[in-house]
Ligand binder design. Structure first.
Ligand code: PLP
Length: 379
């Protein structure tokens, strides 16, 4: 919910009594106290029984959140490492894939696919919109066959969630592997990995999982394992098979991110205690509050309202306001940290993160600060 406040610059006036920053960026997210405590635990032998027990607990807990019986693999890496791992373990050089993008993170995954020599058909849709199932169906019909389809579930650069549940059966009918970047959605919104038949779903520890950055988690379906057996793209550190073989013995091939795993064990226990349905409901309610609040302040959402994300809200910069100064003053005067827009949206948009350890009061505090500051800046 909150992160420790650095000493503010001499000139800054902290007008709120909050002792800590209200970290409202879409990851890294604030750490709950139980996770912070877990992170300070003593190290253990990563080839010993305590680690095997830790790995077992976080594997089962992660599978519950992914709603899957598929293997879940852990690699020390940020989410991008997971996206790369998904590609190199699924395809061979020259394989034709469809990359569906609606923003910056999708475009980056598309670039990785290019970098590894895949034959990429890029279906680039406008930022702020979602990928409609019909549009994907048409592309698959007209330009297929494809070995795989890559899609971002929740596009963090714009605050749009793609309707993956409706897209999944279309991809399945086309006979392609379905790879889903769920970095900023898994754990915050319902994703039925098995029921939707997602072949590889990828997430990252610093998002809804309320942990520090540095670990990626992926689920791998039976179909993806078959593809893995044929896949010839070069891979070494991110080899799925080595990871699975070791994990079955209660270990990982290389030194694991033990500290983050402690954190994940604590956050999974918190999620279990709250109940997954309630976790999802909380995210939806705070997101609705953020969206309504932003609009009540006279600002416009970046996203198509039908597909607005429950983890991050993209907002168009208010007319006549210096966005840089607005964000800087929110931080120094109110302790509210928001994220800038990305790429060509950098100077025109900003983003409010509401995933992981977030409550209504955090959103109300941020909205209150924005309202006060807008009134001052509009003078
Ligand atoms: N995909 C999405 C949807 C993301 O939100 C992010 C990070 O914000 C990434 C990929 C990249 O993850 P990382 O920065 O952890 O490498």
């Amino acid at each position: 919910m909150v992160a420790t406040l650095e000493r503010p610059p001499e000139s800054a006036q902290l007008r709120t009594p909050r002792r800590e920053l209200n970290l409202r960026i879409p990851g890294p997210t604030a750490l709950p106290p139980a996770v912070r405590r877990a992170l300070s635990e003593q190290m253990i032998n990563h080839r010993g029984p305590e680690f095997a027990a830790l790995l077992k607990e976080i594997t089962e807990g992660t599978q519950r959140v992914f709603q899957t019986r598929n293997d879940v693999l852990f690699f020390p890496a940020s989410g991008t490492g997971g996206l790369e791992a998904a590609l190199v373990n699924s395809f061979s050089p020259g394989d034709r894939v469809l990359s569906v993008t609606i923003g910056w993170f999708g475009e980056r995954w598309c670039e990785i696919a290019h970098a590894f020599g895949l034959d990429v058909d890029h279906l680039a849709l406008p930022w702020g919109t979602a990928a409609e199932p019909d549009v994907i169906a048409q592309r698959l019909d007209e330009s297929g066959p494809y070995k795989g389809v890559l899609i971002t579930h929740n596009e963090t650069s714009t605050g749009v969630t793609n309707p993956v549940a409706s897209i999944a059966p279309i991809v399945r009918r086309a006979g392609a592997l379905f790879l889903v970047d769920a970095v900023s959605s898994m754990g915050a919104v319902p994703i039925q990995t098995d029921d939707w038949d997602i072949d590889v779903a990828i997430t990252g520890s610093q998002k809804a999982w309320m942990c520090p950055p540095g670990m990626t988690m992926l689920s791998v379906s039976e179909r993806a394992w078959e593809a893995n057996g044929r896949a010839r793209l070069p891979r070494s550190y991110f080899d799925f098979k080595a990871a699975r073989d070791y994990q079955r013995r209660g270990q990982t091939p290389y030194t694991p991110a033990v500290g983050i795993m402690y954190g994940l064990r604590a956050s999974l226990r918190l999620m279990r205690k709250e109940g997954l349905e309630r976790v999802f409901r909380r995210h939806h309610l705070v997101a609705e509050r953020a969206r309504r609040g932003v609009q009540a302040l006279g600002m416009q959402l970046a996203a198509d309202r039908r597909y607005a994300s429950d983890t991050v809200t993209g907002v168009r910069a208010p007319n006549g306001i210096d966005l840089k100064a607005f964000l800087a003053r929110l931080r120094t005067e109110h302790g509210v940290v928001l994220a800038t827009g990305q790429e060509h949206w950098r100077d025109t948009h900003f983003r409010i993160g509401h995933l992981g350890h977030v409550r209504r009061a955090d959103i109300d505090h941020a909205l209150g600060a924005m309202g006060t500051l807008l009134a001052q800046m509009r003078g």
